[in-house]
Write a protein that binds this ligand. Structure first.
Ligand SMILES: Nc1ncnc2c1ncn2[C@@H]1O[C@H](COP(=O)(O)OP(=O)(O)OP(=O)(O)O)[C@@H](O)[C@H]1O
Ligand SMILES: [Mg+2]
Length: 510
């Protein structure tokens, strides 16, 4: 068997006086898929970063195939046969699959004898559970194919312990099943061992053999997946405290629109038309869901509404007044946007939590006086939001870039909702969040709706849309092709429209 066995013995990692990993001991059997679970900030990424030499553990040991292995640098991890597949792609888009495989192995494409290389890569590919076109340029691949290329790259570099940190979050459900199915067959064939970080219980149940659960940096349980039904996983992840879920008597949506999007068109970053005359409205006490497969103009819709990109036609009105996206417009319209990937698009990683929470409002009293930022006032406001939103941070002064993914998301949502928004535009708000955080954020969106906010919820997650939306619009190829006023009863029609098949043309908005 070429797959590696891994165990950690009392692995400990501290950041200053904060202990992110506290004596974690776990065992990963060779040739298995091992799920690593835990709520946001539990220490999952920290653990695997110690395994790939990105962090050095302060204490404890890493044991590979019964042998204690010193891993202090990424090179040491590589020579131990450990590789990582990141959530965000690390391929060179302008190169072919073959060139990327070569690069991953440390070979320079310029000095390679390509005919011989391609022949050996083809032979290697034969033994894989999925096939890719070696000559295809990476930029032209779908997300699923890119993810498969990342996995092939690891195997081609002869890494036998693969770590996947939320690998399916960028994939459609079908692509996710394909990729996870493929890694499971490789594992069960004894080729690789896989540590899989995921927040999706369904993936754990369907594809993992064993599971380990972390809570507050400690190992709190684990074993064969069949002994851990979802309820048991959930209670281990969050501790024994039961989860309260609000149930709602929905306040009736008002008839007059607050937000009016009229004939909006825009180009993509590459300069091709991506949005074609999109019109819709949202009223007080209403959540308008926008469904669609990623890449059908949703990103441009958010950017064109919020004024982050030029519109080629159309206009946006808030309370009947034109909204172009200036600071003044935002203030007057009380419009807030929760962008996709908040750390990249809505925050400054090196600034503190408190500074980031004030980014939108720092030029107004009481935070600013005579142009000086009032640090104490910033910190006080931030502390309140940290408590209200249960944000895990060492405090308001921690750099936001040191927070776990889920906690960055909460910071930005806290900031946008605290501004007492009347119009809220949110895109994939629970991306990468643990199940408890998902419930919490959904509850907060619902509360915003109940207090009168008009919400546009753009999401690739159909279940999320069906649960929260009063109405669902479906985007396909830059147009709204379908409107459902009873989304819960029309799941199938919505799904078909997402794929471009509209079965009830009479109810479609054109
Ligand atoms: N470089 C760092 N400096 C200081 N604190 C850090 C650093 N990296 C992580 N932490 C802290 O360690 C804790 C664990 O973070 P980690 O990223 O491992 O969580 P996670 O389980 O991967 O969460 P998520 O599901 O949100 O990705 C968090 O409280 C985080 O703020
Ligand atoms: Mg993480």
């Amino acid at each position: 068997m070429r797959a590696l066995a891994l165990s950690t013995l009392d692995l400990t990692k501290r950041f200053g006086d904060f202990t992110a990993l506290d004596s974690v001991s776990l065992q990963v059997r060779a040739g298995t898929v091992h799920a690593l679970l835990g709520e946001n900030g539990a220490g999952k990424s920290t653990l695997v970063k110690c395994l790939v030499g990105f962090h050095t553990a302060d204490d404890g040991a890493i044991v590979i195939n019964e042998r204690e292995t010193d891993i202090r640098t990424p090179q040491m991890a590589r020579s131990a046969g450990i590789g990582m597949v990141y959530q965000h792609f690390t391929l060179v888009p302008s190169m072919t699959v073959a060139q990327n495989l070569a690069l991953g192995k440390g070979e320079l494409p310029a000095v390679i004898d390509w005919p011989a290389q391609l022949a050996s890569m083809r032979a290697f590919m034969q033994g894989m559970p999925f096939q890719l076109d070696l000559q295809a340029t990476v930029a032209n691949l779908s997300a699923g194919e890119k993810q498969k290329t990342e996995i092939l790259k690891q195997l081609y570099a002869n890494n036998r312990l693969l770590i996947l940190d939320e690998p399916t979050s960028v994939l459609t459900p079908t692509e996710a099943d394909e990729v996870l199915g493929a890694i499971r067959s490789l594992a069960h064939a004894g080729e690789i061992t896989v540590v899989l970080i995921t927040h999706k219980f369904r993936e754990v149940q369907a594809y993992a053999d064993d599971v380990s659960i972390l809570r507050h940096g400690r190992y709190v349980g684990g074993g064969a997946v069949r002994d851990f039904p979802p309820e048991r996983l959930a209670s281990l992840m969050v501790g024994s405290s039961a989860m309260a879920r609000g149930s709602y008597e929905r306040v009736k949506s008002s008839a007059t629109p607050v937000l009016q999007v009229q004939g909006l068109s825009a180009l993509s970053e590459a300069g091709v038309p991506a949005l074609h005359g999109v019109s819709f409205e949202a009223a007080r006490h209403e959540i308008v869901g926008i469904a669609g497969i990623a890449g059908n103009g949703q990103k441009q819709l958010v950017q064109a509404i919020s004024g982050q990109m030029p519109r080629s036609a159309g206009q946006v009105l808030v309370h009947g007044k034109a909204f172009a996206g200036t600071r003044k417009d935002y203030r007057e319209a009380k419009l807030a946007v929760l962008p996709e990937e908040p750390l990249a698009n809505g925050a400054v990683a090196a600034l503190s939590v408190a500074q980031n929470m004030a980014l939108r409002s720092f030029d107004q009293t009481p935070h600013a006086r005579l142009g000086w930022l009032q640090a104490a006032s910033l910190r006080r406001t931030a502390q309140q939001l940290i408590e209200a939103y249960g944000i895990k941070t060492r405090g308001p002064d921690a750099a936001i870039g040191t927070l776990s993914g889920g906690n960055v998301q909460r910071c930005i949502l806290a900031r946008e909702l605290a501004a007492d928004a009347q119009v809220l535009i949110v895109m994939n708000p629970v991306f990468g969040l643990d199940f408890a955080a998902v419930a919490d954020i959904h509850e907060r969106l619902m509360q915003a709706r109940q207090r009168g906010c008009a919400i546009v919820l753009i999401s690739e997650d159909l279940d999320e849309l069906l649960e929260l939306s009063d109405r669902v619009l479906v985007m396909h190829a830059g147009r709204i092709v379908y409107e459902s006023r009873h989304p819960q009863q029309e799941r199938q029609a919505i799904g078909l429209a997402m794929g471009g098949q509209v079965i009830e043309p009479e109810s479609a908005v054109v």
